[in-house]
Design a protein around this ligand. Structure first.
Ligand code: GLN
Length: 406
């Protein structure tokens, strides 16, 4: 006879993965669930709440009608591989072989995980700039890498060269770079990339570069891919996807550009994880990659308007804002606000209490700063807002944030 209790007793910790136990569910994704639960304006998870371009939607409908509904080649449909390689050469001036140097994955999330699992061995270290996009923590744990964190410092998110140099060593397998950066909006300059290049060469390390926000740039900032820096073409692993550039985060189409040697294991890991990304959406992606330059210019200028709008809303509401030069997030400092009631809004750090208060009482969802740091205390006075939202959504947030008292 087995009661529910004895059944539970069988599922001891030994029966669960010790790796999975080391990280929590995504706070970013959780904030979206809380926003829905409390009817809050969702400025937490970075996905557009406006329509994707008509042309890309039509291309997807057409692909399904044209019977592109079975598996694509595991490492990606040829038209998409060709189109990505063509666009990368057009925009960054670097050539890749679509037969041997690209893998299409289920979103850049899978692309990053497949890349890490394909190159990491026990004892390997990775260098990660902090604050970092939440996923890189679990990526490191699941692939078995030990992260070495290097701070990006407010107000301009610059790093200390000595601190970065000290994070590299004989066990360094790779540095993870994300430019334009989530959550800070930093766009790494050529000089910074060259400094990183010198360390990668000195320690024989890869640079894994997440370039998903490549077209979302402000104030004349230029996106320079690490693959374009002299001497880095063959030690760079470029991660990107359709999600942010074409406002289709739910399609889950991403990719990895890398030299043939790492591409081989990346393709194997990818194949056994997911087999392949949705075939009709890969087909639609191929046509999107050929959008004219005016599409990308409009994308950046529409996000510029939204950035200005949210900067103003947040400043008026009493936040200290760090103006982003790229991507679609604003990191803020909440030191000017009182700590919400710790009995009602229980959490270890102020940012989490503040985010709970904001979603439940004010009706706006944000991401607590600690989600982007290894040590929660380091993000305790920050929260992240996103502005990839319709004007109505930003206006609703403005109205609600007016109830806040700095
Ligand atoms: N990149 C987005 C963010 O930081 C969300 C990504 C995701 O949830 N997969 O909010």
């Amino acid at each position: 006879m087995s009661s529910p209790d004895t059944k539970m007793a069988h599922i001891s910790r030994r029966m669960l993965s010790a790796k999975a136990e080391q990280f929590t569910e995504s706070v970013i994704r959780e904030m979206t669930r809380l926003a829905l639960k409390h009817g809050a304006v969702n400025l937490s998870q970075g996905f557009p709440d406006f329509a994707a371009p008509e042309e890309i939607k039509e291309a997807a409908r057409q692909a399904i009608s044209d019977n592109i509904n079975q598996y694509a080649i595991t490492w990606g449909a040829k038209p998409l591989r060709d189109a990505i390689v063509e666009k990368f050469e057009r925009t960054q001036g670097v050539k890749y072989d679509p037969e041997r140097e690209i893998t299409i994955c289920c979103g850049s999330t899978e692309a990053m995980m497949s890349a890490m699992m394909a190159i990491i061995n026990p004892g390997d270290e990775i260098v990660v700039f902090e604050p970092f996009y939440e996923n890189y923590g679990p990526d490191a744990i699941l692939s078995g890498a030990t992260p070495r964190f290097v701070k990006l410092r407010t107000p301009d998110w610059s790093f200390d060269e000595k601190e970065l140099a000290a994070a590299f060593g004989p066990h360094t397998k790779a540095i993870i770079l994300n430019t334009p950066n989530n959550p800070t909006g930093k766009v790494f300059t050529r000089a910074e990339l060259e400094f990183i290049r010198d360390l990668c060469v000195r320690w024989n390390a890869y640079c894994i570069t997440d370039e998903i926000y490549e077209h979302i740039l402000y104030d004349g900032a230029e996106h320079i891919s690490m693959a374009r820096i002299e001497g880095m073409r063959d030690r760079t692993i470029v991660i990107n996807g359709l999600s942010k550039t074409y406002s289709v985060t739910g399609w889950r189409v991403g990719w990895v550009l890398a030299p043939p040697e790492p591409t081989q294991p990346i393709r194997k890991v990818h194949d056994f994880l997911t087999v392949g990304a949705a075939a009709p959406l890969q087909q639609a992606g191929a046509s999107a990659m050929r959008f004219p330059q005016s599409y990308y210019d409009k994308l950046a200028s529409s996000y510029l308007t939204k950035r200005e709008r949210l900067l103003k809303i947040l400043t008026v509401a009493g936040f200290t804002v760090f103006k982003p030069r790229g991507a679609y997030y604003i990191m803020t400092d909440i030191s000017g606000f009182a700590d919400p009631d710790p009995v009602r809004f229980q959490a270890d750090t102020k940012d989490v209490r503040f985010a709970k208060y904001l979603v439940e009482e004010i009706g706006v969802a944000v991401v607590p700063g600690s989600s982007f740091y290894n040590n929660a205390q380091d993000g305790a006075s920050q929260v992240r807002f996103t502005f990839c939202k319709k004007e109505e959504t930003l206006a609703a947030a403005e109205e609600r944030l007016a109830k806040l008292h700095a």
